[in-house]
Ligand binder design. Sequence first.
Ligand SMILES: Cc1cc2nc3c(=O)[nH]c(=O)nc-3n(C[C@H](O)[C@H](O)[C@H](O)COP(=O)(O)OP(=O)(O)OC[C@H]3O[C@@H](n4cnc5c(N)ncnc54)[C@H](O)[C@@H]3O)c2cc1C
Length: 418
Amino acid sequence: MGILKSTPDAGALPGLDGGVAAQLRAACGEDSVQLRSIDRLAVAHDASHYLLVPQAVVTPRTANDVASVFTVAGRAGIPVTLRSGGTSLSGQAVGAGLLVDVRRHFRRVEVLDGGSRVRAGSGATIRQINARLAPHGRALGPDPASEIACTMGGVIANNSSGMACGTGNTSYQTIESMTLVLASGTVIDTGAADALEVLSQKEPSLVEGLVNLRRKIQDSPDFRAEIARQFSMKNTMGYSINAFTDFDSPVDILTHLIVGSEGTLGFVSDVVLRTVDVQPFAATGLAVFPRIADATDALPALINSGARTVELLDAAALKVAQQLPQAEASLRNLLIGEHTALLIEYQGASPEETTERISAAEKLLSSLSLSAPVELTTDPARRRAYGPSAKGSTPLLPEPAHRAPPRCSRTLWSQCQS
Ligand SMILES: Cc1cc2nc3c(=O)[nH]c(=O)nc-3n(C[C@H](O)[C@H](O)[C@H](O)COP(=O)(O)OP(=O)(O)OC[C@H]3O[C@@H](n4cnc5c(N)ncnc54)[C@H](O)[C@@H]3O)c2cc1C
């Protein structure tokens, strides 16, 4: 402690050039640039196994501040990484250049049209946005299990989805427009009536590039067929290049290309999305099978029975889940060998509809080769207890089944506190 008191940055890591730091402070405010090792180490990891210590952490307040950061960093040749909830599993939210915290000051949520649309700041968490939509019986389409800590910007940039999202309710399918800051510093609202005019005037070569790429793809039956094939199934990896076959306008193409671009094409300040209906009456059950093949064989029938979500927990995940304090006795007492479980949920618009679905599902479940009978429960407390089995077990899994270190659960927890 004595050493820390006498030297503010004991054992300082090599950091950002003083001149660049001064330019960033002039642009974003004196308190917006952190150079101390402790601040940089605090964001040197996300939920992956990567460790990259940034030269500085910048916390801009507005889209224009972010534009200034891009300009200063571009001139100095320093790479920029945007970081929001920091829950990425593959190192997307860490970098060795400038780390820009885009979560803190971009959290505004505005419910539009009685909840059928929402304008969300990129730093608002999915849970915060859904809490505002809940009174209207609506929710965001993308539903990642990390919703308590991950944010709108991260979901758009990672093209994150979840158990009930399918291919129809993804960010790509539900996004209407966004306020975007490009690497050049141009700020554009893609929902504005004059968006194409503004983009063409400020970014002529970008517009030309998008038009040319679209033409090249449209002119090639092979490209078109490959894109159609790739995106006919759930495909949330990488750039959404289906934008070139789905849209004509460069503004719409750009808006949709941002989905899945992992912060490489620009900063999303806020987005307008269409929302989806919430089916409020649900029943959940954990079906445990002797082997993984038994579980996967049962999937087509379960999907056809109207299951809204089916999540697979392999033996490693089950071993973690059975140690969670809320694990039910049947799971706690299971001697796990090659067992695999499916966490199944049925939903309905009314209690009657859900009851009907439960009866049909119970007939199906009793015909499957399960390790133990499964009960579909509508009891909110028991249903909540199932949640962490799937959501909480991933980061706790031991190596080599999953390489994320156990600190991830703490990461999520600490982010929820701030
Ligand atoms: C326990 C756990 C469960 C998870 N479950 C799921 C799941 O069910 N489904 C799923 O898809 N993923 C899941 N993930 C992965 C991760 O949570 C998601 O990808 C999440 O959407 C990332 O959001 P974030 O706010 O944490 O973004 P970050 O990790 O901070 O950033 C993600 C990427 O987005 C970029 N970015 C962030 N904000 C912006 C912005 N405003 N503009 C432009 N680019 C930006 C960053 O540069 C980075 O490339 C899970 C992770 C954990 C730890």
